[in-house]
Design a binder for this molecule. Structure first.
Ligand code: NAP
Ligand code: MG
Length: 497
């Protein structure tokens, strides 16, 4: 059984929980209270070597790569079952570690477990093709595992993101070394221990923890790693690319965003207003696909802004462990300072404060990294707040005139992760969906993906797709086998005379 009450969290290498070889640790802190939660093992490069070696041995030795797909299915379902069985404790652990509202964290872990089940089922359905070839030849393809995959994960959806990568990686027969974010390492460690309980062979799932700039970079550059699957900031994504480019190792990248919600004058505001509120303030705005730019058509602009502000002011901000809380703390006091600086910058550039912009009045929240959900109205798309990813509870609201301008402004971003359209005009919905340059478009729907629906970005939002069967493609190599099946020996130079 998993231990959720301990105050020391180990590395998990080759199915063994062990401290870092140096004995070093770093602190895990609850950002809602400042309370010290636990000490996490701080891996040395030699620990990373050991984790990669264990994953290599499981892969090369056939321990995992050659298990039959049915066995992979059963083990993945078993792990999912253990996650469901420990759902409440895992949610509590993660809510304390990242300060997010427990109702949100719980839903995310459920989503992660569901994605694991999706890929558990997919392990037995990996298919190849036969292709047209000249008479006397047969060509078929199959998809094979890539090898050892490094899964590098951010703090905003810790366990969900880990499971999102783990499912397709393992279903396809790869072995993994997981590097969780330092601010949210505990749930990945517990998950790996549950995987040992489920019966995964040694070396299949390894977890190393420690500073990204040190051991994350070391892992990404490790010659024993065949693929890096990274989710995080665009900036660190560039370091990952640098780490893999020399020897062309495989990589997929889920990066940042500045995703727009487009609210047309014909929208049903009873859906669009709460939808837009949810899609920026869920997870206190710390979502890669947060709809942080809200583009509103001029005739309904004033009405929208006042309804948006009124509904935002009613959000329940507070103790992450209270099941009624809707918006918890930010990941750290330092991160809050960065978000507050953006708000000040937006106001200095001419935006108007529609709601929020301050810390909660409740003295009980004073030692936590809280910030009231904030809306900056009358923004223009050239402002820094409208261009850069703030990654906090700050909505930028911009007026637009007509569909053409809405599309142009929506696409005027270095990012292209997601967009929402709010309209009752079906033709417009599909027309605009086709014109938006992003990997995901939701129509009359704030966001959320389901197991099976592709997720990933255009432009600087990344490379590759997750959540759907496309992720299996990204965790496999395509092999083409060409067979000569003619009656006479193959002799292209005519050497047989
Ligand atoms: P981050 O700073 O990029 O860190 C992500 C992960 O990379 C962490 O595990 C981090 O470890 C590690 N890391 C840091 N520097 C590294 C390096 N030089 N080499 C290798 N690994 C390194 O991102 P974050 O601050 O945790 O998360 C916020 C970002 O993630 C936002 O930009 C957000 O948009 C993005 N995100 C994208 C998606 C998506 O699906 N597109 C989903 C969620 C989040 P440490 O924690 O130890 O630094
Ligand atoms: Mg970071």
């Amino acid at each position: 059984m998993a231990d959720f009450d301990r105050t020391a969290y180990p590395l998990v290498i080759n199915n063994e929980s062990r401290p870092a070889s140096t004995g070093e640790t770093f602190a895990s802190v609850n950002p809602a209270t400042g309370e010290h939660l636990a000490d996490i093992a701080s891996a040395a490069p030699s620990d990373v070597d050991a984790a990669v070696a264990a994953a290599r041995a499981s892969f090369d030795g056939g321990g995992w790569a050659r298990t039959n797909p049915q066995k992979r299915t059963r083990l993945l379902f078993k792990l999912a079952d253990l996650l469901w069985a420990n759902l409440d404790a895992l949610a509590r652990l993660e809510a304390r570690e990242i300060g997010k509202a427990i109702s949100s964290v719980k839903a995310e872990i459920m989503q992660g477990a569901s994605e694991l089940e999706f890929f558990a089922g997919a392990a037995t359905k990996i298919r190849g093709e036969t292709n047209a070839a000249p008479h006397g030849f047969v060509n078929y393809t199959h998809r094979e595992a890539i090898g050892v995959c490094a899964l590098i994960v951010p703090w905003n959806y810790p366990l969900m993101t880990t499971l999102r990568k783990l499912g397709p990686a393992l279903a396809a027969g790869n072995t993994v070394v997981i590097k969780p974010a330092s601010q949210s390492a505990m749930s990945a460690i517990v998950m790996a221990e549950l995987a040992v309980e489920a019966g995964f062979p040694p070396g299949t799932i390894n977890v190393i923890t420690g500073a990204g700039s040190a051991i994350g970079g070391y892992l990404a550059a490790h010659p024993g790693v065949d693929k890096v699957s990274f989710t995080g900031s665009t900036e660190v994504g560039r370091h990952i690319l640098d780490a893999v480019r020399h020897d062309f190792r495989r990589v997929s990248l889920e990066l940042g965003g500045k995703s727009p919600a487009l609210v047309f004058a014909d929208a049903d505001l009873d859906a669009a207003v709460p939808g837009a509120v949810w899609s920026i303030f869920y997870s206190a705005g710390q979502s890669c696909e947060a709809r942080s730019r809200i583009l509103v058509e001029r005739p309904i602009y004033d009405d929208f802004v006042s309804r948006f502000a009124e509904q935002t002011a009613r959000l329940r901000v507070g103790d992450p462990l209270n099941p009624k809380t809707q918006v918890g703390a930010l990941i750290s006091v330092a991160h809050r300072a960065s978000v507050e600086a953006y708000v000040a910058d937006g106001l200095a550039e001419g935006a108007t404060l529609a709601v929020g912009g301050k810390r909660p009045d409740d003295p009980g929240l004073a030692s936590g990294a809280f910030l009231m959900p904030t809306a900056l109205a009358d923004c223009s798309n050239g402002m820094r707040v409208a261009r850069e990813e703030i990654f906090g509870p700050v909505a930028c609201i911009l007026p637009f005139e007509g569909e053409k301008e809405a599309i142009a402004v929506a696409n005027d971003s270095i990012y292209g992760l997601a967009a929402s359209l709010w309209t009752t005009d079906v033709a417009r919905a599909h027309r605009v969906a086709g014109a938006i340059k992003s990997g995901v478009v939701t129509i009359n729907q704030p966001f959320t993906v389901f197991p099976g629906t592709p997720f990933g970005g255009f432009k600087q939002s990344g490379w590759g797709r997750e959540v759907s069967l496309d992720a299996l493609d990204d965790f496999t190599e395509l092999k083409s086998v060409l067979v000569y099946a003619g009656a006479r020996p193959m002799d292209p130079f005519g050497l047989n005379g």
